[in-house]
Design a protein. Structure first.
Length: 222
């Protein structure tokens, strides 16, 4: 049964006799009217107060990365490599066709970091015809991008990533992926977000023939 709420003074609706209209304080003899208070000026935080000042907008850089890999049956049945996303190996009969390990999320992350600094992209820095990149762990590319961020005098503030994969589901490994990215970037895990989506069974991704990832990063001048 719904409980009837008691109306509070000043909460709207029927005017309260002590504060509104007839019978208010100003109308009662011997009680002076209350003067409205002036708003106090809010003191500005001083840089010398010990707090870390918020980065100026001019010192922020945003970066976006995108990658897609075709999925094929894993060798020896086909040309696919084992499916690795965000450094986590997934059980799947299909995997990415790639020169490196084909970690679509790490590749998008690298392009987001490099893109924020207007540096050449992952394909230019790590060519897919170079022998040393054959089957290479994509964490190496992320480490190189993190070093580029440091070298440019920036630090990563946060990462937001989306992986679009029809199957298997990303949910059970999202926490592990967040931990991997946080570890590579030297961030608290709360500053890394990973979302998993399907493509609603339409187009190549939705039909399980490809996987894609989108990553946005924010950098601040150190
Ligand atoms: Mg790639």
């Amino acid at each position: 049964m719904a409980r009837k709420r008691r109306r509070q003074p000043g909460s709207g609706g029927k005017p309260h006799p002590k504060t509104h209209g007839k019978g208010s304080r100003a109308d009662r003899p011997g009680i002076p009217p209350v003067k409205p208070r002036r708003a106090r000026a809010v003191p500005r935080p001083s840089p010398a107060a010990g707090d870390t000042p918020a980065p100026a907008l001019a010192d922020l850089r945003i970066g976006h990365g995108y990658d897609l890999h075709r999925l094929e049956p894993i060798a020896p049945a086909g040309p696919g490599r084992p499916l690795v996303i965000g450094g986590v190996r997934m059980e799947s009969p299909a995997g990415p066709v790639a020169h490196s390990d084909g970690d679509v999320l790490y590749h998008a992350l690298v392009d987001a970091l490099l893109g924020a600094l207007a540096l050449p992209d992952i394909g230019q820095l790590f060519p897919n015809d170079a022998k040393e990149n054959d089957g290479r762990d994509s964490a190496d590319f992320v480490k190189a991008a993190v070093e580029a961020v440091r070298h440019a005098g920036y630090r990563v503030l946060n990462v937001d990533a989306t992986v679009v994969l029809e199957r298997p589901k990303l949910g059970p490994i999202k926490g592990e992926i967040r931990g991997n990215i946080a570890g590579l970037l030297g961030l608290a895990v709360e500053r890394v977000n990973v979302k998993g989506k399907t493509h609603e069974r339409v187009d190549a991704v939705g039909e399980g023939r490809a996987v894609e990832a989108h990553v946005v990063v924010l950098l601040a001048k150190v």
